[in-house]
Structures are given as C-alpha cells and as structure tokens.
Design a protein around this ligand. Structure first.
Ligand code: ZN
Ligand code: ZN
Length: 234
C-alpha cells in the first residue's frame, strides 16, 4: 500500500526521530538532512580494524601490536554524533525500524566489499540472554539478517554469551581484554569446519569483542572469519 503513504503522512505528519522536523512524504523515519550528516567510512582501509589508511591493505600501527583472528573487518559508517543518536534511538528506545533508512548505504557497501568473497555463513556477535530479554531485539542479529538478504547468504546463530560483561567500561584496556576471555562460546552442534564466515556487530570500538568471537570460530574449525560492523570510531 505504498501509494497510500503520502496521503497517510498528510493526515498524520511524521517527525524525524533525530531532529523532530516534520518529514516529507518521501522520507521515512529520518529526514534527508539528518541522513546527509552521516559519514561513510571511505577506504583505503586497515584490513584489521577498518581505519582509514593511506594505502590499501596497510595494517595500522595499533593493529600491528595485537593478534587478530579476522581476515578483514570493515565498517560502513564513522561513529559520529548523528550515528550515535540513531544507534541510541534504535537500541535503547527499541526502534529497530531506524535501520531501514541506512539500508541503501549498507547494501552498496556490502556488495562492493563482500560480494566477491566466497562466504558460507553469516553470523553475529550475540547478546547475553538477560540483555535480550529487556531490549526485545538484538541489533547485531537485525543487521546480520539484512546483510544475509543483500548478499543472499544464509544466516546462522553460531555463538552465545556465557556471562554478561556489563561493567566493561569501568575496566582498564588490559582488564577489558581479560574480562572478555571465555565470555563467548559456540552453540553445541554447529558445524563450521572449513567454513568462511562473515561475523556482524553494530560498532567497532576497541575490536576486542569481534576478535574474541572470531577466535572461538577459528578454534572450532572455521577457515576464515571476516567482520562487518555498522560503524567504527574515528
Ligand atoms: Zn532529521
Ligand atoms: Zn588497524
């Protein structure tokens, strides 16, 4: 009933979730002005953390000092104030539909960077069941589900979180890394032997979480693990 939308918007005007401006008939959830403020992550990328570097496949100094279990990790957006506002609205105010206006950008990015890789399975960084219970939806799963449709690759939950790591922000960098160890595990019965996996999360900050999940997948037999996050810090 797409043709009824302009009429519906005329009778019940909708507002942009971020700036609260009244939306035009061709805008959904977010106005064009807010969408224009989003900053796409432009390559060349460090293959381990998706930071912008001056030459393709150059490993940045930070990634040179730590072990990565991912073949390549890429992020579509830069974690700017506008992105943060959208993510907070999506995650903490239970508005999963805010992913929809971002999908054309995600589609273009994923087709450009992942369509030539032979990926067998798409999976995602899991939330602890306790968090899922209160949040009603899992944003990493939601992103993964959409990428599965874009790339036409099956999505499979492969990991679960054994314990909650809520107090992570109170810890030092070293403690944070240690705290994540033994947090995730593979779902019993998952067969990932010699499989190439695309692992999805919402934001890449230190990279510890996605790396820890990739470590488990590699230890359980995965051939290669690629990573995709919606955004990364500057
Ligand atoms: Zn707006
Ligand atoms: Zn890097």
């Amino acid at each position: 009933m797409h043709f009824l939308k302009p009429l519906f918007n005329l009778i019940f005007p909708q507002n942009c979730y971020i700036c609260k401006k009244t939306l035009r008939a061709d805008e959904t959830h977010l106005c064009a002005n807010c969408l224009r403020k989003l900053v796409l992550n432009i390559g060349p990328f460090c293959p381990k953390c998706s930071r912008h570097v001056y030459k393709e496949d150059l490993i940045c100094p930070e990634c040179n000092t730590r072990k990565s279990y991912l073949t390549k990790t890429l992020a579509c957006f830069i974690y700017t104030d506008i992105f943060k506002a959208i993510l907070i609205n999506m995650k903490y105010y239970n508005n999963p539909f805010l992913l929809k206006p971002l999908l054309p950008f995600i589609k273009r990015f994923c087709i450009e960077h992942f369509s030539r890789i032979d990926i067998d399975i798409i999976t995602f960084v899991p939330l602890h069941w306790h968090k899922l219970f209160f949040r009603e939806f899992d944003q990493a799963f939601l992103i993964a589900e959409n990428i599965s449709k874009i790339l036409n690759i099956p999505i499979l939950p492969l990991l679960f979180k054994e314990r909650s790591t809520d107090s992570q922000h109170l810890l030092s960098k070293k403690e944070r890394e240690q705290n994540l160890q033994n947090t995730f595990n593979i779902i019993p019965g998952s067969n990932i032997d010699k499989k190439t996996i695309l692992l999805i999360d919402d934001v890449f900050t230190t990279g510890n979480t996605i790396n820890e999940c990739a470590k488990i997948l590699k230890r359980k037999g995965a051939k290669e693990v690629y990573g995709f996050t919606l955004a990364r810090g500057i």
